[in-house]
Design a protein around this ligand. Structure first.
Ligand code: PGA
Ligand code: ZN
Length: 425
């Protein structure tokens, strides 16, 4: 049984405070987890409890830590760590709000993840095996190699430009192709006379003139690394359009121009035409603009994967709404958007049951914790985005996948990148 639950304030990859939780079992087993934090957060995300005031720019998490050490500890003492659903339900009930605002989703998620880890250790299983059972597959990984939007101080409004390996003989082979392309991209950016400093997710953050220029650089880097764009390596992007939506005019203020929703659709269509290697577009429209998001899906959803992040925030109720409105054909999954392992599993199940693909995701503020890598394999989520192949808080997730591939064998590598039950022809 659970003997004690405790937490402490640690720091994330941006130097901001975050929660680390320990779950200690009666046999002495320690499960530990660190909680990530987003910058371009959805409005409907579960509440990340921060102290406010002046200490650490108001971002301290001492209240969340205290909630773990007092109320959550009291509620979980003696509970069964192997019943994840029950543990998570106890915390949801104890919190008592619809969005975990009282105890904090950062407090609750830390304990939820640490419980799973303690249970895995106590049963001598890797975390992916404890959570996932058998017949597991390595994901297709999406690597954000040019950072824009809220993740960099440059003029590009598309937030994430990603490359992803399609043709590969193994996860390791795919990752090597990505590393080669990343290093080549650095040369392409240098040659064009831009800085090669990094953004929050380990991608380069050059002060380019436009998103087209970023895509052109990816295209060139893939070729110069010796690959064919659209064959071995393809491109995906997260527009994170909530951040350039103008709520007053209902238009999009994007890179010095204003686009109506229909013009924005044409803009994306033109990108797809110029760069046919684009296979996935995340958040092309704002979280406040579901109708145009759905219209765009109807028009282009057969051609590319269209991922919903901010509008649904890993929230099963919102995902259900989005599905009923025909919005997107893929759901982005982030544990800390909803705040428990159990609800995240429910979100994944719901998406898959309705023929949607799922892309698991890190946050722009990360830690050394590799929980999300195991979780991706455990759920056969098929896709994972965890930043560039640079900066340890990003690369450790991929390193964990290399270890898991070694354990599972290369047969576990998904060669086709989307689940069989979904087609994008
Ligand atoms: P965030 O960005 O972690 O800063 O929210 C990730 C995303 O928008 O997908
Ligand atoms: Zn996003």
């Amino acid at each position: 049984v659970i003997e004690q639950v405790k937490a402490r304030e640690i720091f994330d990859s941006r130097g901001n405070p975050t929660v680390e939780a320990d779950v200690i079992l009666s046999d002495g087993t320690l499960g530990r987890a660190e909680v990530p934090s987003g910058a371009s957060t959805g409005e409907k995300e579960a509440v990340e409890l921060r102290d406010g005031g002046t200490r650490l720019m108001g971002k301290g998490v001492s209240k969340a830590v205290n909630n773990v050490n007092t109320e959550i500890n009291a509620a979980l003492k003696g509970a069964d760590p192997f019943n994840q659903g029950h543990i998570d339900q106890l915390m949801i009930a104890l919190d008592g709000t619809p969005n975990k605002a009282r105890l904090g989703a950062n407090a609750i998620l830390g304990v939820s993840m640490a419980t799973a880890r303690a249970a895995a250790i106590a049963t001598h299983q890797p975390l992916y095996r404890y959570l996932g059972g058998t017949d597991l597959e390595l994901p297709q990984t999406f690597h954000n190699v040019i950072n824009g939007g809220e993740h960099a101080d440059n003029g590009i409004d598309i937030q994430e430009f990603m490359i992803t390996p399609v043709e590969r003989t193994s996860f390791r082979d795919g990752f090597e192709k990505i590393a080669n392309t990343y290093h080549t991209l650095k040369k392409v950016i240098e040659k064009a006379g831009y800085q090669t400093g990094l953004g929050d997710e380990g991608g380069f953050a050059p002060d380019l003139n436009s998103s087209e220029e970023a895509l052109q650089m990816l295209h060139e880097a893939i070729e110069q690394a010796g690959y064919t764009p659209g064959k071995e390596i393809t491109i995906a992007f997260d527009a994170a359009a909530s951040y350039f939506y103008n709520k007053n005019t209902k238009n999009y203020d994007f890179e010095d121009k204003t686009y109506t929703p229909a013009e924005l659709s044409d803009y994306y269509a033109n990108l797809l035409k110029t760069f046919p290697e684009i296979i996935s577009i995340e958040d092309p429209y704002s979280e406040d603009d579901w109708d145009n998001f759905a219209t765009f899906t109807q028009k282009y959803g057969k051609q590319v994967q269209i991922v919903a992040d901010d509008p649904v925030c890993t929230n099963p109720a919102l995902i259900r709404d989005a599905i009923s409105k025909g919005m997107a054909n893929s759901i982005l999954i982030k544990l800390n958007q909803i705040g428990t392992v159990t609800e995240t599993l429910e979100a994944i199940r719901l998406a898959r049951k309705n023929g949607y693909t799922t892309m698991m995701s890190h946050r722009s503020g990360e830690t050394g914790d590799t929980f999300v890598a195991d979780f991706t394999v455990a759920t056969n989520a098929a896709q994972l985005k965890s930043g560039a192949p640079a900066r340890s808080e990003r690369v450790e997730k991929y390193n964990q996948l290399l270890r898991i591939e070694e354990e599972l064998g290369e047969d576990s590598t998904r060669l086709a990148h989307f689940p069989d039950d979904v087609s994008f022809d």
